[in-house]
Design a protein around this ligand. Structure first.
Ligand code: FES
Ligand code: FES
Length: 162
């Protein structure tokens, strides 16, 4: 039976009717038009679908929409503030960490959590934290550089983003 759920999505409370087996990824993409979280493997192995639920990275391809009832969901679309990109988004652009771009929203959402937990991550710690995310294009070097640069930018307080 369908169920009405209510949750905070990128800072706004929203309501939607979902089937009990409907995946969060499909609800975000199809019912809210948020195509940042990507469908890639669909089985929890690549990280392209990562969103934050109550601040923690979650694979939206393995999460039931009913499980976010009452919770806080943030997608890549929710990171910019007043038209200004998040330092992570800027750093990925500035360091050429993007090729096809398909994996990038997932990397950025995971990196956001990493930098909240650890504002001074070493290269090794970054690589360890992003190990669940797969990029078929970049070879990871520039992704790691971008995350380090964003950490510096956030530490320097050059932005109001957290
Ligand atoms: S699409 Fe969710 S982990 Fe690959
Ligand atoms: S930039 Fe193409 S998969 Fe990562």
């Amino acid at each position: 039976m369908e169920r009405r759920i209510r949750f905070r999505l990128n800072g706004e409370w929203v309501e939607v009717t979902v089937k009990p087996n409907e995946l969060l990824l499909n609800v975000l993409r199809e019912k809210f038009g948020l195509t940042g979280p990507k469908y890639a493997c669909g089985i929890g192995e690549c990280g392209a679908c990562t969103v934050l639920v109550d601040g923690e990275p979650v694979l939206a391809c393995l999460t039931l929409a009913v499980d976010v009832d009452g919770r806080d969901v943030v997608t890549i679309e929710g990171l910019a503030r007043d038209g200004e990109l998040h330092p992570l988004q800027k750093a990925f652009l500035e360091h050429g960490a993007i090729q096809c771009g398909y994996c990038i929203p997932g990397f950025i959402m995971v990196a956001k959590r990493l930098l909240e937990e650890n504002p001074y991550p070493s290269e090794e710690e970054i690589r360890e934290y992003i190990r669940g995310n797969i990029c078929r294009c970049t070879g990871y070097v520039n992704i790691v550089k971008a995350i380090k640069a964003a950490a510096e930018s956030l530490r320097a307080g050059s932005s109001s983003h957290t």
